[in-house]
Ligand binder design. Structure first.
Ligand SMILES: NC(=O)c1ccc[n+]([C@@H]2O[C@H](COP(=O)([O-])OP(=O)(O)OC[C@H]3O[C@@H](n4cnc5c(N)ncnc54)[C@H](O)[C@@H]3O)[C@@H](O)[C@H]2O)c1
Length: 438
């Protein structure tokens, strides 16, 4: 098939590349000329494991191209995917201004039989809105469908090529069939292809992200309680997870969830509820709990230093909102860095992939190192914020030698408290009593 993908970000670039890899001819379109120029030079604008090789292979095979010109991408496309950002507006609802601009700009260029498919996460009613805008702009009914994207940054290619399920919201059997044909190469392992109305498909994506966020906020609240009750959250987690109704997934306590999806999607679903006169009590609590959880590490550090961070040197390991990505949108690390800087601390950070994005925000207000251990030299403490593999088994003796204060604040519970105690560290994590050194 000939495909256009509008919006060449984390979702558009991954899905466009994967569709090209299964034999389609794909043109990815973006208004960011610098991003398209980089892609056309063979450079990737984001870090996603395995993506660079896949992009190069498909560009080389003539199946994948990048452009800023809608006229070069849209008229020949049988399917046009919309993958632009849908960030939160001031009231938490999804800001669809980029999406509407795209709809206006592609309308005069669309082939009469083309299907316009939303991959962006969009509120219920967006497909219907696109249908009516396209009807007004073209004077004919246009084919519009919804295909929510469930990929996880850091494992996006695998998720795309081996999806748990593909959800398609379609008005007609013909639209659903076209989508089934497109996804056929990824459905050979019998994973379900679920057809429903566009409205149900729009809802499905928000409900999936809201439920995952709920699990995280729930376990974080319980973890904070465990700490006060002298219980150990990891024991409690094991104690509940073997119950088949509960399970283990997404029940790890931590420094709060971030990224471009969970925070905004929980708020957008809450805004949808409010717009229909439903009070979103659970969703509001999930969001508020997460905002508070993102402050927990900073509060622990302040308490340890008797609310005096002035001149303290703090090393931070992990800036991306999760491992295996360079994405720092809404990352807990940013909340922590802001807190430390506001208190007058000197901050040195490490991350395997996200340094450039963080440097663009903080410039020379913080220091950057390319090896994790170098952040520790002369630091009063270390805060671990993202669970990159690089931080899981460090040389604790080297750490002890480099740190001025042998104090670790672990926002991801990576280390064993008993081992930390044996090594003489003061060790604070989430949901357990702190260890106060050998
Ligand atoms: N990132 C994820 O893991 C993920 C997963 C599932 C769904 N989603 C959803 O997918 C959508 C995109 O997310 P993302 O993370 O890829 O965003 P992103 O910010 O990385 O990419 C969006 C791209 O759209 C481009 N764009 C904006 N306006 C444009 C226009 N008028 N014409 C052409 N391009 C335009 C931007 O320049 C940018 O490159 C969002 O709705 C998001 O909620 C994201």
């Amino acid at each position: 098939m000939r495909i256009a993908v509008v919006g060449t970000g984390y979702v558009g670039l991954v899905s466009g590349t994967c569709f090209a890899d299964s034999g389609n001819t794909v043109t990815c379109l973006d208004i960011d000329a610098a991003k398209i120029a980089r892609l056309n030079r063979g450079e990737l604008p984001i870090y996603e494991p395995g993506l660079e090789e896949l992009v190069k292979r498909n560009v080389g095979a003539g199946r994948l191209a990048f452009t800023t010109e809608a006229a070069a991408a849209i008229p020949r496309a049988e399917i046009v995917f919309l993958a632009v950002g849908t960030p939160p507006a001031a009231d938490g609802s999804a800001d669809l201004s980029a999406l509407w601009r795209v709809v206006e700009s592609i309308a005069p260029l669309l082939a009469p039989t083309a299907i316009v498919v939303t991959k962006s996460t969009v509120p219920v009613g967006t497909c219907a809105g696109i249908e009516s805008r396209l009807l007004a702009a073209t004077g004919r009914p246009c084919r519009v469908a919804r295909n929510p994207e469930f990929l996880k940054e850091g494992a996006a290619i695998d998720d795309f090529q081996k999806p748990d399920r593909v959800v398609v919201g379609a008005r007609t059997p013909a639209d659903a069939e076209a989508m089934r044909t497109l996804y056929a190469p990824y459905l050979r392992t019998e994973h379900p292809f679920l057809v429903m109305s566009p409205e149900s498909a729009e809802m499905t994506k928000y409900v999936a992200n809201a439920l995952l966020s709920t699990k995280i906020s729930f376990i974080n609240e319980v973890a904070n309680l465990c700490e006060r009750m002298e219980a150990d959250i990891d024991d409690v987690r094991r104690g509940i997870g073997h119950d088949g109704r509960i399970g283990f997934a997404f029940l790890f306590p931590g420094a709060g969830y971030g990224g471009s999806c969970f925070p905004k999607d929980v708020q957008a679903l809450a805004a949808m509820a409010r717009s229909k006169g439903i009070v979103p009590r659970v969703l509001s609590a999930v969001h508020d709990t997460n905002l508070a959880q993102k402050r927990v590490l900073g509060e622990k550090i302040s308490r340890h230093f008797n609310d005096d961070l002035q001149g303290r040197r703090v090393a931070v390991w992990g800036l991306a909102f999760k491992p295996r990505t360079d994405d720092i949108r809404d990352a807990p690390s940013l909340e922590l860095i802001d807190h430390l800087l506001a208190g007058g601390a000197k901050v040195t950070v490490h991350d395997p992939e996200a340094i450039d994005n963080v440097r663009a925000l903080y410039g020379d207000r913080i220091a950057y190192v390319s090896r994790p251990m170098d952040a520790l030299d002369g630091a009063d403490c270390l805060a671990v914020v993202t669970e990159w593999g690089d931080y899981r088994r460090p040389d604790f003796d080297d750490m002890a030698a480099r740190l001025r204060g042998k104090v670790i604040f672990d926002g991801r519970n990576l280390y064993s408290p008993s081992e930390m105690k044996a090594k003489g560290f003061v060790y604070h994590c989430i949901g357990k009593l702190p260890v106060l050194g050998g």
